[in-house]
Every structure is written in structure tokens, then in C-alpha cells.
Design a protein around this ligand. Structure first.
Ligand code: SF4
Ligand code: SF4
Ligand code: FES
Length: 240
């Protein structure tokens, strides 16, 4: 006999006049290997047709299903109910614009962050479609690859105390993005340019280094390593 799970879900539709934020409880019989993606779909099909939540890939790749699951920001599609107690509380990620219920808009924030950090390769070299791909050593390529694994889920921002207090803080996702381009030898940005971008309270100086982001990142990005690299680079730039 399986468990009866109780889902306590945050409900609020900001587009409806007079809607009040509240918690609603739904009960569901647990099935073997049930994950929260399937559980939420069952609730929507059987009990709450207007329940809003986001999923695309169901495989931990798109980052769209991040939510607060019993107080912890994580991916719903990668969470089995068997790893949770009988009562499961679901809230939307804080910090991001609430679209409704468990759905938030992370895209606007991530796009603005990317534009602010100019997260593209800065180079004066003319593009030559005939030229061979530029080579780099394996160690550098692996560091860039690791930083590129960010799926922009927003869990690190939701779990970051600084981000909750200072909305302009670029968070672990932003610092990771800086690391990705600092690692890249093809990016020709100079020390002064990097220093002005990174050495601010919105950048690395706003980070208190307790690494909640590292604890909650579902892709296990090497955030500690990236932050240490940025700090070393900024210190070296400052003493030049
Ligand atoms: S170490 Fe702490 S303050 Fe810095 S980005 Fe991570 S969660 Fe935020
Ligand atoms: S750094 Fe990790 S937690 Fe943050 S957005 Fe990227 S994948 Fe998600
Ligand atoms: S649905 Fe894509 S990461 Fe969960």
C-alpha cells in the first residue's frame, strides 16, 4: 500500500482581479518512481485544471521547472516523491517575476544579465568562415565547457541571500558567466574592462561566499572554483 501524499501548493494568479495568494492542499496516491513533474500533471488533470507550472524537457536540461520544494530551490522534474516526506510544500522561486502559482519568468532576468555582462566573445578579429577553428588546451576547454553547463534554472539566485536583498546582484549564474569568458583566451577584453565589470557590489564584492548557490545548483557546476578564479584575477588586476 503506497503513501497518500499531501501537496500544499502556493496559488495566486496576478492577472485575476481580487485573487488572493493562498495555499491549497491536494491529495494524491503515491506511485512507484513518481516524480514531481508527473505528480503535478496528475493534480492538474484530476483536481486543479488551472494550476500553473513550467516544464519542457523533463530531463534536467531546460531549467524551466525550478521551484521551492519543501523550502529548497531545485528541479521538479528530477525530484522523486519517494525522496520527500508525506507532505510536500511547493512555492514559486523567489526573486523572479511571478507569472502565476509555481510559474516564474526567469528569462527576462537572464537575458538582462547576459546583456549587462556582454556575454559574448569580444574580439577584433574578422570572422573568416574558411579558417580552421581556433585551438585551445584541453584544460581551458573543459573549464569553459563546465561553465557552459548552466541551464539558467535560477536555483542559485533563489537560494542566495544577497540576491534577495540586492536585486542588481548578478548572483552565482552571473559570476559563472563571467568566469566562462574570463577563462576564454579568445575574449580580448582587457584587465581594466574586466575590473570595472566584476569588482563591484553587484559583482564579486557582493558575494558573501557562504556557497548556498553551490549547495543547490542541480548541475553541480564548480562554482567555488569559478569564484576563486575570479577573486584571484580581480586581486591581480588591482595590484597591477
Ligand atoms: S556564495 Fe552566497 S552570496 Fe555568493 S553567489 Fe553564492 S549564494 Fe550568493
Ligand atoms: S549556476 Fe546552477 S543553479 Fe545557477 S542557474 Fe546555472 S545551473 Fe541553475
Ligand atoms: S523540465 Fe526541463 S529541467 Fe525540468
Amino acid at each position: 500500500m503506497g503513501r497518500t501524499l499531501t501537496f500544499k501548493i502556493f496559488r495566486y494568479n496576478p492577472t485575476l482581479e481580487n485573487d488572493q495568494a493562498h495555499i491549497e492542499a491536494y491529495r494524491l496516491e503515491e506511485l512507484p518512481r513518481l516524480n514531481l513533474f508527473s505528480a503535478l500533471n496528475m493534480i492538474r488533470e484530476q483536481q486543479a485544471p488551472d494550476l500553473m507550472f513550467d516544464f519542457v524537457c523533463r530531463a534536467g536540461i531546460c531549467g524551466s521547472c525550478a521551484m521551492m520544494i519543501n523550502g529548497r530551490p531545485t528541479l521538479a522534474c528530477r525530484t522523486l516523491t519517494s525522496d520527500l516526506p508525506d507532505t510536500i510544500e511547493l512555492f514559486p522561486l523567489p526573486f523572479f517575476k511571478l507569472l502565476g502559482d509555481l510559474s516564474v519568468d526567469t528569462g527576462v532576468w537572464f537575458r538582462a544579465m547576459g546583456e549587462h555582462l556582454e556575454s559574448w566573445i569580444h574580439t577584433q578579429k574578422e570572422f573568416n568562415p574558411e579558417a580552421q577553428e581556433e585551438r585551445m588546451d584541453n584544460e581551458t576547454a573543459i573549464k569553459i565547457y563546465d561553465s557552459e553547463r548552466c541551464i539558467e534554472c535560477g536555483c542559485c539566485i533563489a537560494g542566495c541571500a544577497t540576491a534577495q536583498v540586492y536585486p542588481d546582484f548578478i548572483g552565482a549564474a552571473g559570476l559563472n558567466r563571467i568566469g566562462r569568458f574570463l577563462f576564454d583566451p579568445r575574449d580580448e577584453r582587457g584587465d581594466q574592462e574586466w575590473f570595472e565589470l566584476v569588482s563591484t557590489d553587484e559583482g564579486i564584492f557582493g558575494c558573501i561566499g557562504m556557497m548556498a548557490c553551490d549547495d543547490v545548483c542541480p548541475k553541480d557546476l564548480p562554482l567555488l572554483e569559478v569564484f576563486s578564479y575570479i577573486r584571484r584575477k580581480v586581486t591581480a588586476m588591482a595590484v597591477k
